[in-house]
Write a protein that binds this ligand. Structure first.
Ligand code: HEM
Length: 538
């Protein structure tokens, strides 16, 4: 009896001892018991694919007592007003955690980190300096025709293949096909063929999906990746030189461009770097970098990573967001009717170009509600829905103050801290600022685009939010992250979405969801969905 009791108690005492000795998270931060001792809790939670809801529930349970929740012995999740600034502000200088290192690719046996996945901040700063121009707001004008051509091709294909024949469409798949084809066009002037073929060409989507599934889980205990996917023996003897089909495709196009560039012929050189796509801009940066002393050379591996990074970062995120927009609209008839009314009025007034609005038109006062719909969808459905992890590197630690300034906790050096946009965006203190516990309940969990309406709109703001409050809410949207590692493709993503959403509604105003129960959600960092089946022309 005593022996078997000891058998149970000894490991338990050992665990408590180890957690008190090595765990960095202060014990007054609440969280699941297992998470106090091991990262296994969060690994299993991510493996369950419903982490976003689990984390949201935890924060809701502890709100009032603590804005900080322990998700691992060394990982703190934060939610509440003011935390974005305290964690992601540039002067905080918190680098990304090793969660991101697991996402790094292996090209020819060596790690090749994309901009999103690089963890060394000095390397990141050098990479960003070389290519930031390619993503600047000013380049949008040049990218716009590329987005338009794919959007028009998309609309025509849907019309011929589905609407004309009154056939059901897996709109979720086609939105993803659209997002991938646009990124192919923007990155290397080549559609990837998804819309045209109506299928996952070369299993590119499947392989990116598998990447996210593996890395999202393994990223919870990044050292496991060193034993598995990045194990030197595995990399040396088993891993292919270029492991993903999209990398292979990008490599082929890169080689073609490099050959043109090196051919010596002016016309070929011009066609290699004169195109209005990202690759041309990266190649221009490469030639500038090789001329500047002290600047790091841009290797082919880096070029490939940048191309892959674009498609990896920009295709599934946009697809997921677009699916969310259409799911919310098709399940909210009143909001859909308001949107249709706005678009009809804009058409009647000649304020939108058919079939695809220009970027300029999409930002005009004629499409205010359209923008509110998109804003509300990216609030409720941030495409990347795990904590955006950063590491406390300052030996003095990172002080975190409660919103009222009355409480302060100092996170020790080495602690990982992050905000999950999905959780923050459901915090009524941030996104329903006029809500008070005593009166009507908050609708922060509901799809309500009218919460974003500005005071000069002819429609009424549903929550009585003032323009100043809207400004703060907008500032607190974390969908595209914040600070120096925030999304470089945000402008492009917004342009794409602000075009294709109204374009689809104007083209197929009667579209209907076929069966709501087929909608399924899976969190593999990208909050992806399946089962968006629609009749475009019922
Ligand atoms: C709705 C669409 C998109 C969403 C929600 C999104 C979201 C994000 C987020 C959250 C990050 C930062 C991740 C972190 O802090 O851990 C990020 C980084 C990044 N995104 Fe996006 N993204 C989108 C579209 C795009 C597009 C279209 C491109 C390319 C054209 C792109 C390129 C990048 C790049 C290069 C980074 C790394 C920035 C850096 O670390 O310097 N993204 N994105």
């Amino acid at each position: 009896m005593i022996f078997s009791l000891l058998l149970w108690i000894t490991p338990l005492l050992l665990l408590i001892y180890l957690s008190n000795t090595y765990a960095l998270v202060p014990s007054r931060i609440p969280g699941p018991l297992l998470a106090k001792f091991t990262d296994l809790w969060r690994l299993l939670s991510v493996y369950g694919r419903n982490t976003h809801e689990e984390q949201d529930k935890l924060h809701k349970r502890y709100r009032g007592r603590s804005d900080l929740v322990r998700l691992g012995p060394n990982l703190v999740s934060a939610s509440g007003p003011g935390y974005i600034q305290q964690i992601y502000a540039i002067d905080k200088k918190l680098p990304k955690s090793n969660f991101y290192a697991t996402f790094q690719n292996i090209v020819n046996g060596r790690r090749a980190a994309s901009l999103v996945a690089v963890t060394d901040e000095a390397v990141h700063a050098r990479m960003k300096r070389l290519v930031a121009n390619a993503y600047a707001l000013s380049t949008l004008v040049e990218f716009e025709p590329l987005v338009d051509s794919t959007t028009n091709f998309f609309l025509d294909t849907l019309q011929q293949r589905f609407a004309a024949e009154k056939k059901e469409i897996d709109l979720g798949f086609y939105l993803q096909a659209y997002a991938f084809d646009v990124m192919g066009e923007l990155t290397m002037s080549r559609r990837l063929g998804f819309i045209e073929q109506g299928m996952d060409v070369n299993n590119i989507m499947k392989s990116i999906d598998a990447n996210f599934e593996y890395f999202s889980v393994i990223g919870q205990m990044p050292w496991l990746d060193e034993l598995l996917g990045k194990n030197p023996m595995y990399v040396k003897y088993f891993r292919k030189n270029v492991s993903s089909p999209i990398l292979k495709f990008a490599q082929q196009l890169l080689q073609e461009r490099l050959q043109h560039l090196e051919s010596g012929k002016e016309s070929e050189k011009e066609s290699a770097i004169g195109k209005p796509d990202f690759l041309a801009r990266f190649l221009q940066a490469k030639s500038q970098a090789s001329g500047d002393e002290g600047t790091e050379p841009m290797t082919d591996g880096l070029l490939l990573s940048l191309m892959f990074g674009n498609i990896n970062a920009g295709a599934d995120t946009i697809a997921t967001t677009l699916r969310a927009v259409f799911y919310y609209l098709l399940t909210h008839p009143k909001e859909l009717a308001t949107l249709k009314q706005e678009l009809q009025t804009a058409q009647d007034n000649g304020a939108v170009t058919m079939s695809c609005p220009t970027w300029h038109e999409s930002q005009s006062e004629h499409l205010v509600y359209t923008r509110c719909v998109i804003k509300e969808a990216i609030r409720l459905w941030p495409a990347l829905s795990l904590p955006l992890e950063r590491v406390v590197v300052d030996p003095a630690g990172l002080p975190l103050h409660s919103p009222d300034g009355e409480d302060k906790i100092v996170l020790k050096q080495g602690t990982i801290v992050g905000i999950n946009p999905y959780v923050l965006h459901r915090d009524p203190r941030v996104f329903d600022p006029n809500f008070t516990d005593s009166s009507s309940p908050s609708n922060v969990d509901s799809f309500d685009p009218a919460r974003w309406l500005p005071s000069n709109s002819s429609l009424k703001n549903s929550r009585g939010n003032t323009d100043a409050q809207l400004k703060t809410m907008e500032h607190d949207l974390l969908t595209f992250s914040a600070g120096k590692r925030s999304c470089l493709g945000k402008n492009i993503a917004m342009m794409e979405m602000c075009k294709v959403v109204p374009a689809l509604i104007m083209k197929f105003p009667n579209m209907q969801l076929v069966d709501k129960s087929r909608w399924k959600v899976k969190n593999a960092w990208v909050l992806a969905q399946t089962g968006l089946f629609v009749k475009l022309n019922p």
